[in-house]
Write a protein that binds this ligand. Structure first.
Ligand code: AMP
Length: 195
């Protein structure tokens, strides 16, 4: 999951709101990614199974809400969703079909109320800085497993909360202990920008 404020306030890249409007001030989905236990991952596994939005027409309003594109130029999200399906979705070991892949991912987002978890621990998207360890502990206490935390830098070079990783089993629906974490990229104190 990704904090949109941290995608948008970096020095080098700008963001563009989707044509459907400014996303909610909430974590959004980045993707559901099949991963090997050593941290490597397969990609673009089945060119014969391209993204087909007609297979997920019943999920589009949830996708717009919970899986917002922030790429420029402004667009309706299809290119981000298509990228995620073709690069990652086609690689699932349990061969989730497109509808199951997107629905499973949306359900995970709704299962882990990340912003609420942080707010309940007094950690708010208010532009202040928080101890990385307090963020990790709040999430682990609520979810039962340690999350992976990825940071990026704002325009002033401050380390900030960018993405939070959770691990699931091959079905994509049950949380598991992460075999590996993303390489450390956070300072010991990190900003949580507003959005
Ligand atoms: P991935 O290829 O799934 O590992 O993710 C990296 C790609 O996703 C990069 O091209 C990012 O620019 C893009 N990306 C990450 N977050 C977003 C977002 N919210 N909207 C659109 N593209 C994104």
């Amino acid at each position: 999951m990704q904090w949109p404020g941290s995608y948008c306030d970096t020095k080098d890249s700008s963001c563009c709101y989707p044509t459907t409007g400014k996303p909610a001030s909430d974590f959004g989905i980045h993707g559901l990614w099949p991963n090997n236990n050593d941290g490597t991952y397969p990609s673009n596994c089945d060119p014969s199974n391209p993204y087909d939005e007609s297979k997920i027409s019943d999920l589009i309003s949830r996708m717009q809400q919970d899986w917002p594109t922030l790429a420029c130029p402004s667009n309706n999200g299809s290119s981000f969703w298509s990228h995620e399906w073709e690069k990652h979705g086609t690689c699932s070991e349990s061969e989730l079909d497109q509808h199951t892949y997107f629905e499973t991912t949306l359900n995970l987002k709704n299962q882990i109320l990340l912003l609420q978890i942080l707010e309940s621990a007094g950690i708010q998207a208010d532009g202040n800085s928080y101890n990385l360890s307090s963020i990790q502990t709040a999430i682990e206490n609520a979810v039962g497993y340690a999350p992976g935390i990825e940071c990026n830098s704002d325009a002033g070079g401050n380390s900030q909360l960018y993405q939070v990783y959770f691990c699931v089993g091959p079905s994509g629906s049950n949380l598991i202990k992460c075999p590996v974490f993303p390489t450390a990229s956070c300072a010991s104190t990190i900003k949580f920008p507003s959005f």
